[in-house]
Design a protein around this ligand. Structure first.
Ligand SMILES: CC(C)(COP(=O)(O)OP(=O)(O)OC[C@H]1O[C@@H](n2cnc3c(N)ncnc32)[C@H](O)[C@@H]1OP(=O)(O)O)[C@@H](O)C(=O)NCCC(=O)NCCS
Length: 177
């Protein structure tokens, strides 16, 4: 299932998360929340306080209901993307993509496209019919990336986030699997 991508900075492997990723996952996630407060509803200060057991449990709880993929260069996690499916018999056909992030030195290489394509493939293998996501309506490069990956907008959640004195709408996007 691992996928190798050749980039100008070297080979990047897209692979599923595992328990031993907990520490590196914490660092990557906190970097994402700290550097891009308007891209995620999760908050850096809240997450920075969480004990290591929280991050370990996140990795341990991955399975057939939700999972995460990392982009890895040598031993470094340089990108990530999560997907979780509905937990009711009535919503199991649907999944959400979350936590999409690529480290700044690795942007512009279509790594996010590969992470999302891998999530879509996972969804297909789990007989999920539709994948949805929400993105800050002002986040033009993320929206472009999702459109390239086949997502189209189906609505807007007004005033979904209030960050450093600015209110942001959330664009709701979906694609069938
Ligand atoms: C959105 C994101 C995941 C896209 O990842 P990616 O793999 O770099 O995607 P792309 O290859 O399409 O490149 C994204 C943009 O970076 C630009 N770029 C090129 N080289 C770059 C570089 N060295 N540094 C920064 N950006 C660069 C690309 O031109 C592209 O811009 P465009 O979309 O206006 O054309 C990434 O930008 C990111 O992690 N952003 C911060 C977190 C975030 O917004 N997450 C989405 C939450 S919904």
């Amino acid at each position: 299932m691992d996928k190798n991508i050749t980039t100008p900075h070297g080979t990047v492997i897209i692979r599923q998360a595992k328990e031993s990723d907990a520490q590196a996952y914490r660092e990557l996630r906190l970097e994402a929340l700290r550097s891009h407060p308007d891209a995620f509803s999760a908050d850096y200060a809240v997450n920075e306080q969480r004990p290591m057991t929280f991050w370990a449990e996140r990795m341990r709880s991955l399975g057939d209901e939700n999972t995460m993929f990392f982009a890895v260069h040598e031993i470094d996690l340089i990108g990530m993307c999560g997907i979780f499916r509905g937990d009711s018999p009535k919503t199991r056909h649907s999944a959400s993509i979350v936590s999409v992030h690529v480290k700044s030195g690795w942007r512009g290489l279509r790594i996010a496209d590969e992470l999302i394509a891998t999530c879509i493939e996972w969804a297909r293998q789990h007989e999920i019919k539709i994948v949805k996501l929400g993105v800050n309506a002002a986040n033009a490069s993320a929206i472009k990336c999702y459109e390239r990956c086949g997502f189209t907008a189906y609505g807007t959640e007004p005033q979904a986030m209030y960050v450093h004195g600015t209110m942001y709408d959330e664009l709701l996007m979906a694609r069938s699997v």
